[in-house]
Design a protein around this ligand. Structure first.
Ligand code: ARG
Length: 495
């Protein structure tokens, strides 16, 4: 399912008003930090500086972080109970305002942190101005963004698990249906369609592993690192960490405010995931082309052509393939932002959020579309079976027979088989249709019962090695995945 638009990951950014004043015109300085400023920023300064147009998506995480911080300040005796309660209620009220679309995000207040803090002071007065004690926007944004990425990981992970379950269910259905297996996109050996689908389940399982690793390393709380050096107030960082579900506080304040490894790791994991999705997308595009004709997508997952009435285009698969560009682009973009930044925080790091938001949105959309296509596709099993046996796809089975029965060294068996394929090609027939005398001319030991190994079913049934394509293996693997995933997701496989 796609990430909720109004869920923990926030609204897609709304357009904020462009700064009205002409470049260079004085405006009032930012009320949150304008003490030493006589005049306000140039319009263009405000425009380049503001992040509220996109970081408003962090509003839930910012409120959560502020509530935890206020509670800790109270426990540490830095805030009194009255102020702490006013702050908590004020933050809740602001949450309700944002949720209801009644909150006015101001470009002049730069970012989500100052928009919320200014509104808090507006609502509750003096107490609101005490909230920023013992913290800085630097540790605040690092905390908010970690919380956001953690929520995003959980959402993407659930979607990957759902896709794996859909793939495993289709694999179970097609555990014994042969298709041509390819290397170099040349017919290689028959495999089962179920085996092919389960290959993607394995890839996606590793993607989940990478997301889980990222989450584990990310789960330390920067709050309390303040601007860069820590704080002189007697704060309890373990308390804020635990209130926010982090495993522990970070251990170096400079690192904590200037590190974005967690975002980079997340984007790396998403990039590899999207490469996997794009490979499956590419296969879907190929499989539903007329020359292949392996699958059919319904009207729900195809589009028509404005000029060619016969067309059914797999646009969702093509766009999933294409969106990999955005996701990998986000990773390369953020790596490039971070490269060469001196410690500690630098404003460059404000550019960390958009790539992460965009990559998350793209990945969530692709996962949902891919899940839809996997459930929707109808396998044309007769067509796949017919093609599975063409192109001398069982030549290796003949070579293996020569090794097993006639005890030929494999290299010699390969040679004999190659010559037989050459003869079959010259006669325009399949290997099984070569006259016995022709076969015996290449090796006198070949007997009529060899032909049995050349069928597609015999070929796939013989591949019983661990991880091989034998239908019994595939059925067992599919069942194992379905059971595991149903336990994790609570979902049921339906095909
Ligand atoms: N909007 C800023 C960001 O996203 C918040 C931190 C600003 N810190 C500062 N010292 N200017 O990075």
């Amino acid at each position: 399912m796609p990430l909720e638009e109004d869920g923990a990951l926030g609204q897609p950014p709304r357009q904020v008003e462009a700064v009205a004043a002409p470049a260079g015109a004085p405006a009032v300085a930012n009320a949150q930090w304008g003490g030493r400023f006589a005049a306000g920023p140039a319009a263009i300064m405000q425009e380049i500086n503001a992040s509220i147009g996109f970081d408003q998506r962090l509003w839930r995480q910012d409120l959560r972080g502020s509530k935890a911080h206020a509670r800790m300040l109270e426990q540490a005796g830095i805030l009194d109970a009255v102020d702490a309660a006013a702050i908590r209620d004020g933050l809740d009220a602001i949450g309700a305002e944002i949720e209801a679309g009644r909150f006015v995000f101001e470009t002049a207040l730069e970012d989500i942190h100052m928009n919320i803090e200014a509104r808090l002071s507006e609502r509750i007065g003096e107490a609101g101005k005490r909230l920023h004690t013992a913290r800085s926007r630097n540790d605040q944004v690092a905390t908010d963004f970690r919380l956001w990425v953690r929520d995003a990981i959980d959402g993407i992970d659930a979607q990957v698990a759902a896709l794996m379950l859909s793939l495993a269910a289709r694999a179970q259905e097609h555990a014994a249906d042969p298709m041509p297996g390819f290397t170099h996109l040349q017919t290689a050996q028959p495999v089962t369609f179920g085996h092919h689908l389960l290959a993607y389940v394995e890839m996606l399982a590793r993607d989940r592993g990478r997301l889980a690793d990222t989450r584990r390393r990310l789960n330390e709380c920067p709050l309390g690192s303040a601007a860069l050096a820590g704080t002189s107030f007697p704060i309890d960082r373990s308390l804020t960490a635990s209130l926010l579900g982090f495993d522990r506080p970070t251990q170096n304040s400079l690192d904590a405010v200037s590190d974005r490894d967690f975002a980079l790791e997340y984007l790396s994991a998403l990039s590899i995931l999207s490469v996997h999705l794009s490979r499956l997308a590419e296969e879907i595009v190929t499989w539903c082309s007329a020359p292949f004709g392996f699958i059919r997508l319904s009207d729900a997952f195809t589009t028509g052509s404005s000029i060619m009435p016969q067309k059914r285009n797999p646009d969702a698969a093509e766009l999933t393939r294409a969106k990999t560009g955005r996701i990998v682009g986000a990773l390369v973009g953020l790596l490039t932002v971070m490269k060469g930044l001196p410690l500690a925080y630098a404003k460059d790091m404000q550019e960390d959020k958009e790539p992460v938001f965009q990559a998350t949105d793209a990945a969530a959309l692709c996962l949902a579309a891919m899940d839809g296509m996997v459930r929707d596709l109808v396998a044309r099993t007769d067509r796949m079976r017919a093609l599975a046996g063409s192109g001398y796809s069982t030549a290796t089975d003949l070579a293996d027979w020569l090794v097993r029965v006639l005890k030929l060294p494999f290299r010699d068996a390969h040679h004999v088989t190659g010559r037989l394929v050459g003869r079959a090609e010259a006669l325009g027939v399949e290997l099984a249709d070569l006259p016995l005398e022709t076969m015996q001319a290449e090796h006198p030991g070949i007997t009529a019962d060899m032909v049995a190994v050349l069928t597609v079913d015999a070929s796939i049934a013989s591949r019983t090695s661990e991880g091989g394509t034998a239908p019994a293996n595939v059925a067992a693997q599919a069942a194992r995945w379905i059971e595991r995933l149903q336990n994790q997701t609570g979902a049921t496989a339906c095909t």
